[in-house]
Design a protein around this ligand. Structure first.
Ligand code: PEP
Ligand code: MN
Length: 264
C-alpha cells in the first residue's frame, strides 16, 4: 500500500467540519470535566476532545504536562460526555500508556515530526494499530519531512492517518505565531487527496482573534475540520493562554463556519 492510497473512513465520512476541541494541556480533573461539560452543553458538534498530557515546552522549568494521571481524566471525559479523546505522543512510552488507556486518537506534535528518529520510535510503538494517528506538520516548512513521517507510520502498518496543519515557524515578526504558508499544505492535499487535513488555527494564530478566519480559509480549500484549543477559563491556562477560547465562544465560532469548499 502507498501513502497515496490511504484514506481515513471515520474522518472522511464525518460531516464537515470535524471539530477537535479541548485544552492545550490537561491541568486537573475539574478543568477537564468542566471544559468537556460546557462544550457538550453548548450544543456544538464536537466529536473529539483533545488535551496534552505530555507537553513539549520550548524552554525548561515550565509546566511540562501532568503525565499519565491525565489519561484517567481523558477516560472520564469519554465516559461522562461521549467524546472520542485525543492526545499527543512524543515517545514510545507515551504511546504504550495512551494505547493502554484507550485514547482514541494519537497525534504527533510539530517538534516530533521534525525528528525522524522520534517518528520512527513512535511508529514502531504504534505498529499495526487501527487507531487514527494525526501528524502535525514539522515546525519548519519542509513538506518532505511531513510526508516522510507518514511514510514511517505506514511502514509499520498504520493506515488510519490524518494531517494537521499548525503553521510553520519563522523568525519574521508577523501577525501569526506560526505562518500558515498555505501552499505547503495545499501541495500536501493535492498529492494525498484522501488523507484528511485538519487545520489548527490556535497554533497558527497564537491569539483568539484570528481563529475564525484561519479556520474558514482552511475549509474553503477543502480541509476536513479544525483542532481548536478550548479551555473553561482560558486566561488562567497553564500553557497557550493567549490563544484558547471558552466553550461558548467555540460554539459561536463553529456556528459561523461555512462548510462550502473546493470539493463540493
Ligand atoms: C499542542 O497541540 O498543544 C502543541 C504542542 O502543538 P504543536 O505540536 O503544533 O506545537
Ligand atoms: Mn497548545
Amino acid at each position: 500500500m502507498e501513502l497515496q492510497d490511504l484514506k481515513n473512513d471515520w474522518i472522511n465520512n464525518y460531516p464537515k467540519p470535524l471539530i477537535i476541541a479541548g485544552p492545550c494541556s490537561a491541568e486537573s480533573e475539574t478543568q477537564m470535566l468542566e471544559t468537556a461539560r460546557r462544550i457538550k452543553e453548548s450544543g456544538a458538534d464536537v466529536p473529539v476532545f483533545r488535551a496534552g498530557i505530555w507537553k513539549p515546552r520550548t524552554k525548561p522549568n515550565g509546566f511540562e504536562g501532568v503525565g499519565v494521571i491525565g489519561l484517567n481524566w481523558l477516560k472520564k471525559v469519554k465516559e461522562e460526555y461521549g467524546f472520542k479523546t485525543a492526545t499527543e505522543v512524543a515517545n514510545a512510552n507515551h504511546v504504550f500508556a495512551a494505547l493502554e488507556a484507550d485514547v482514541d486518537i494519537l497525534w504527533i506534535g510539530a517538534r516530533s515530526t521534525v525528528n525522524p528518529f522520534t517518528v520512527q520510535e513512535i511508529a514502531v510503538a504504534l505498529r499495526g494499530t487501527e487507531k487514527t494517528v494525526l501528524v502535525k506538520n514539522p515546525v519548519n516548512p519542509d513538506l518532505a519531512l511531513w510526508i516522510g513521517a507518514m511514510e514511517r507510520l505506514l511502514g509499520q502498518g498504520i493506515t488510519n492517518i490524518g494531517a494537521i496543519h499548525r503553521g510553520f515557524s519563522s523568525y519574521q515578526k508577523t501577525k501569526y505565531r506560526n505562518i500558515p504558508n498555505w501552499q505547503i499544505a495545499i501541495d500536501f492535499k493535492n498529492q494525498f487527496p484522501n488523507i484528511p487535513m485538519i487545520v489548527d488555527p490556535s497554533h497558527i494564530c497564537g491569539n483568539r482573534t484570528g481563529l475564525a478566519s484561519v479556520a474558514q480559509e482552511a475549509l474553503n480549500v477543502g480541509y476536513h475540520g479544525a483542532m481548536i484549543e478550548t479551555h473553561c477559563t482560558p486566561d488562567e491556562a497553564w500553557s497557550d493562554a493567549a490563544q484558547q477560547i471558552t466553550p461558548e465562544i467555540l460554539a459561536e465560532l463553529i456556528a459561523n463556519l461555512q462548510t462550502r469548499n473546493a470539493d463540493d
